[in-house]
Ligand binder design. Structure first.
Ligand code: DMJ
Length: 450
């Protein structure tokens, strides 16, 4: 019986969301084109004011770098969006820049998680799209320099590593930073044949999972030397979010049955202890990982990815309910705050850093249900973005979603994720083949070619 249920589950999941949906809202092509224009508007600002650096600050029209030397965050992160949008000329110029300028032989200390999802993910995606071997060589070089992070008594990764010396820093991590590595390191292993990449990242994921509480939840902070939790807050926001995403997606991408088992047990625990209904809307609360006791009624821009993951993994009912709550949070201020107290519709953190997660969820829900209501939602989010965040030189984050005061920053994920998911939401569904493609948490598409 259990075997039959397992087979059924596998079949349902493999066909869910991969069939092209025919129905699209009126004007879908024009909307997709409009998103592409906004991408170019922002990309032109990068080219004009910050070419060769990590990114552009749109208000002062100045470049920024995360470290003493550039890692080309924006070009590497943006490249797959250009390919999907058919911006071939821009993509070619960007590839040339990356191949001629990107070097990891630098005495800089980087955050392993961020560089993995943005740069390693971007390079692997570039290799799969173009077939240019030099992208894989760059990815392998970077992967090798990041590997020292896993040298800890538990195998849970250090947070920072120096790319030249391999010196690691910071012994307290969290599920998101420790458990959001396997898609990239695993793909690198498959494409180079160097199994060590898969083993190290999977070991970290399993070590996290093994430390779940008796009721199946993880906390938000953990000591990599002792493996003891240093915070028992359990939720779907920053510090934990993409740990769950990778449990599921690693099964999709690699067919790894351990990941599937870990996902199934984890999602059951989440659905048991976190759901919290307020005024007819369902939310997922912050709870204590050991007792399941509710500690905060907080949701936000990062948590907004979760309806997408629910839909992608086959739970359309919960996904639709939760996306309604996402939409409520967005519409309450005309754009979403970073953190929101859903018990009384008040703001916890008032910024909006151009985050993509709510668009990502609208995209998966559209692909999985074919319901154009999700394209309508995306259209509203796109309109808010243009109204409040657009500047003469790209898009700016908001300091405050109430006053709509802008902040001088445009992160690389705006190109990699926000505009990509919006574009895909309106473009013909066959633009991307979800049967063989899995997006990493930064929306860099990776294909199961093995
Ligand atoms: C991205 O860098 C990734 O999606 C990450 O998992 C968390 N969110 C940011 C964008 O909001």
């Amino acid at each position: 019986m259990k075997t039959f249920r397992n087979i059924l589950f596998t079949v349902v999941l493999l066909i869910s969301c991969v069939l092209g949906q025919k129905q699209r809202i009126v004007g879908a092509d024009a909307l997709a084109n409009d998103v592409k224009k906004e991408f170019l508007h922002s990309w032109n600002a990068y080219k004009k004011y910050a070419w060769g650096s990590d990114g552009v600050q749109p208000l002062t029209k100045t470049p920024y770098n995360w470290h003493a030397s550039t890692l080309l965050l924006t070009p590497v992160d943006a490249l797959s969006t250009m390919h999907l949008m058919g911006l071939t000329k821009e993509a070619k110029k960007t590839e040339k820049l990356i191949l001629s300028k990107l070097s990891f032989d630098r005495d800089i200390t980087v955050k392993n998680f961020e560089i993995t999802i943005r740069v390693l993910g971007g390079l692997l995606s570039a290799y799969q799209t173009t077939g240019e071997k030099k992208f894989l060589l760059l990815a392998d070089d970077l992967g090798g320099r990041l590997l020292p992070v896993f040298d800890s008594p538990t195998g849970l990764p250090h947070v920072y590593v120096n790319l030249k010396t391999g010196k690691t820093e910071t012994d307290t991590t969290n599920p998101a930073e420790a458990g959001t590595l396997l898609i990239e390191f695993g793909t690198l292993a498959k494409l180079t044949g160097k199994e060590i990449y898969y083993e190290k990242a999977k070991h970290a994921l399993v070590e996290l999972y093994k430390r779940r509480s008796k009721i199946g939840l993880v906390g938000q902070s953990i000591d990599i030397n002792t493996g003891a939790w240093t915070s028992s807050a359990s939720h779907l926001g920053g510090l934990i979010d993409s740990y769950y995403e990778y449990l599921y997606k690693c099964w999709r991408l690699f067919g790894d049955e351990d990941c599937k088992a870990m996902w199934m047990e984890s999602i059951a625990a989440l659905n048991t202890y976190l759901p919290d209904t307020v005024n007819g809307n369902i939310w997922y609360a912050r709870v204590d990982m050991n007792t399941g006791e509710k500690i905060r009624q907080r949701w936000g821009g990062l948590e907004a990815f979760f309806p997408g993951l629910l839909a992608y993994s086959g739970d359309i009912r919960r996904a639709e309910q939760l996306q309604k709550s996402n939409d409520h949070m967005w519409m309450h201020f005309g754009i979403e705050p970073e953190a929101f107290n859903y018990s009384n519709d008040s703001i916890v953190y008032n910024g909006y850093p151009l985050r993509p997660e709510i668009m990502e969820s609208a995209y998966y829900l559209y692909r999985c249900t074919g319901d154009t209501i999700y394209q309508q939602m995306g259209k509203r989010y796109f309109e808010s973005l243009k109204q409040y965040c657009r500047t003469p030189n790209g898009y700016a984050e908001l300091d405050d979603v109430v006053s709509k005061k802008q902040r001088d920053m445009m992160e690389s994920f705006f190109f990699a994720e926000t505009l990509k998911y919006l574009y895909l939401l309106f473009a013909p569904p066959e633009t991307i083949d979800l049967k063989v493609t899995v997006f990493n948490t930064e929306a860099n598409p990776l294909k199961r070619t093995w």
